[in-house]
Design a protein around this ligand. Structure first.
Ligand SMILES: *[C@@H]1O[C@H](CO)[C@@H](O)[C@H](O)[C@H]1NC(C)=O
Ligand SMILES: *[C@@H]1O[C@H](CO)[C@@H](O)[C@H](O)[C@H]1NC(C)=O
Length: 249
């Protein structure tokens, strides 16, 4: 099962990959060198909880937060986000990669492009905004985290241990995910499931995520995104994890 998914990913996703040696020689002298792509999913209920924001119509599924590179950020400040480049994929963007705190808004996409997309763009197959966002959607669809969790019996309104969620994901993808939680808040005795990262090589093959990189990867933007993401950490193995249902807010 895990192998078959890997082959599916290989077969359909690496069409635009270039030989690693070519990329390495092109980038080894630059400071923006990176090795992995991180497909970051977040759980909208937790996003709203972290932002202490009233969200209407919270999606009842994991949505995309971003497609990140593991080692670099803000690689080209003069390459501005251009909404018009993704007009033809807006319906999918709003559904699967929504700005949870500002539905139908594009602040999240602008941020993701400037901070991560401009770095990912060192790959020819991600070197336009249209390619970058389309690829994120494509990877999201192929990974299908929502279905993977559900099949593994990991469902909202329940309490889990970190290992249960980790192993469920490992069984499906054959690779370790990074699982992040909001630590217990005042008066709570469980941490809250918030974010799941699935990692890929530059050839879009599933690969283990690395927890140690946490500090580098933590979203640290000004304004709202900074406020809402600084509290996420790799979940604590020894504390229960609550997976909050949508209707709770
Ligand atoms: C940065 O982006 C601008 C606008 O797309 C482009 O003209 C320029 O070549 C890019 N710089 C680098 C170093 O890639
Ligand atoms: C977003 O826009 C679409 C149409 O463009 C609309 O159908 C949908 O209800 C809007 N979603 C929200 C949350 O406003």
């Amino acid at each position: 099962m895990e192998n078959s998914l890997q082959y599916v990913l290989l077969g359909t996703l690496c069409l635009c990959a270039v030989p690693a040696s070519f990329m390495d020689s092109l980038w080894s002298t630059k400071s923006h060198e990176w090795k992995k792509l991180i497909l970051t999913h977040h759980w909208p209920v937790t996003v709203c909880k972290m932002a202490k924001s009233e969200c209407d119509k919270i999606p009842n599924y994991w949505t995309l937060h971003g497609l990140w590179t593991d080692k670099s950020q803000m690689c080209n400040n003069s390459w501005h986000f251009d909404y018009s480049e993704i007009k033809d994929i807006l319906a999918d963007m709003n559904k699967w990669w929504p700005d949870v705190l500002h539905p139908n808004g594009s602040q999240l996409w602008k941020h993701e492009w400037q901070k991560h997309g401009t770095c990912a763009a060192s790959l020819p197959c991600l070197n336009t905004q249209h390619k970058y966002f389309s690829k994120g959607l494509e990877l999201y669809t192929h990974v299908n985290l929502n279905s993977a969790l559900e099949k593994a019996g990991i469902k909202p309104a329940n309490m889990y241990k970190m290992e249960e969620i980790k192993n469920a994901i490992l069984n499906v993808y054959g690779a370790m995910a990074k699982i992040q939680c909001l630590p217990p808040q005042q008066g709570e005795d469980a941490q809250v499931l918030g974010q799941i990262e699935i990692c890929f090589t530059k050839d879009f093959i599933l690969v283990d995520c690395t927890e140690e990189l946490e500090d580098e990867l933590t979203e640290q933007m000004s304004m709202k995104w900074r406020k809402s993401y600084q509290d996420l950490h790799v979940c604590d193995k020894s504390i229960n994890i609550y997976y909050p249902p949508v209707q709770e807010l």
